[in-house]
Ligand binder design. Structure first.
Ligand code: TXA
Ligand code: MG
Length: 319
């Protein structure tokens, strides 16, 4: 029997019983549990095979709850929260003593966001605790943007995937931390740098590959398909380097018109928003076709293109 269901009351019941439920958000599906239940939080880490040093994002129903979660809200954090919540932005702020150390991996900060999905907002307002939810994929694999991706990953290891359709934004939230009250981007994501700067002015970006990253989502190889993946400017040229191979190609808007290739065009009309929304589902699809290689086209380095390139880069073996 499928674990996919639209029953919000059943999700409330399971979460109240300290069980896990996969929840839809506008970015990717999350694997959710009660932040105050040690049992639920430990089971998030074990189900995902995620290392304990990697902290979780706390999901709340509205900005009004923020005062319970954090001790200090810089002025620019207030501006950002008012501008973009509910939405695809996570703020990393000084944590209140109520937040268990297990959530934050012992850090004195906590990551928090108000997701913009009607089903999950309804769920959150029916609970008297916030939800910790990392992306609902095993550590290191492609994030899920459809309920069936989550079911494919976890089968009977969880009791329920709350079905909210396909994730409209399709890549993870943009994570913003603060140093001396000034915003710093820790992870590029579904909210573009340009949109953020329009509200708070110039921000610096620390979205680097690091061994001990501030946001471990920044680990160099993450979001990865099993099939060997290349990221290039000129896909047709790269195809020539793989003679006699079964090749999948992932392009932005222009088809290569080559019947020998398994091709996915991310947005025929050339919309980065649509491309981001289709990105992970397309990677899942190509990864399940027994191909020898996947060749992905690099996006223009502007707006969401930067975030898409970041995810594609982490999906590759090289560089
Ligand atoms: O869009 C999203 O953010 C999705 C949906 C489900 O909300 N969640 C998500 O969670 O992507 P996850 O666990 O896959 O990524 C959370 C990232 C990790 O890279 C983690 O290191 C970072 O947030 N993070 C969490 N707490 C942090 C903290 N206190 N300081 C710095 N980074 C933190
Ligand atoms: Mg993740």
């Amino acid at each position: 029997m499928s674990i996919i269901s639209k029953d919000i009351q059943k999700a409330v019941q399971l979460l109240t019983d300290e069980q896990l439920v996969a929840i839809p958000t506008e970015t990717v599906y999350g694997l959710a549990g009660n932040i105050f239940s040690e049992k639920a939080i430990k089971s998030i880490f074990s189900t995902k095979k995620r290392p304990f040093f990697n902290p979780l994002i706390v999901h709340i129903p509205s900005v009004a709850i923020l005062d319970d979660i954090v001790t200090h809200i810089p002025q620019k954090a207030k501006l950002l929260a008012n501008a973009f919540w509910p939405g695809s932005m996570t703020l990393v702020l000084k944590k209140s003593s109520k937040i268990p150390d297990l959530i934050t991996a012992g850090k004195d900060t906590v990551a928090v966001r108000v997701p913009n999905h009607p089903t999950t907002l309804a769920l959150l307002s029916n609970l008297d605790f916030p939800l910790a939810a990392p992306s609902a994929n095993p550590f290191g694999s492609i994030s899920p943007t459809k309920a069936k991706h989550v079911e494919g990953y976890f089968k009977n290891a969880i009791k329920m995937v709350l079905d909210g359709g396909s994730c409209t934004n399709g890549i993870e939230s943009t994570i913003i931390g603060f140093e001396n009250d000034e915003p710093i981007i820790y992870r590029l994501g579904a909210l573009s740098l340009e949109d953020i700067e329009a509200v708070v002015g110039k921000v610096s970006v620390k979205n680097k590959k690091e061994d001990k990253p501030d946001a471990p989502g920044m680990l160099a190889r993450h979001y990865a398909p099993k099939t060997r993946t290349f990221l290039v400017n000129d896909v047709a040229l790269e195809v020539q380097n793989h003679p006699n191979k079964k090749i999948g190609v992932l392009v932005f808007h222009q088809s290569l018109q080559d019947a020998a290739l398994t091709e996915i065009v991310l947005s025929k009309k050339g919309s980065m928003q649509e491309a981001a929304s289709n990105l992970y589902a397309s990677m899942h699809e190509l990864d399940h076709q027994n191909l020898d290689v996947i060749i992905a086209e690099r996006f223009p380095e502007e707006g969401l293109g930067k975030s898409i390139n970041d995810r594609l880069q982490r999906a590759t073996f090289s560089s």
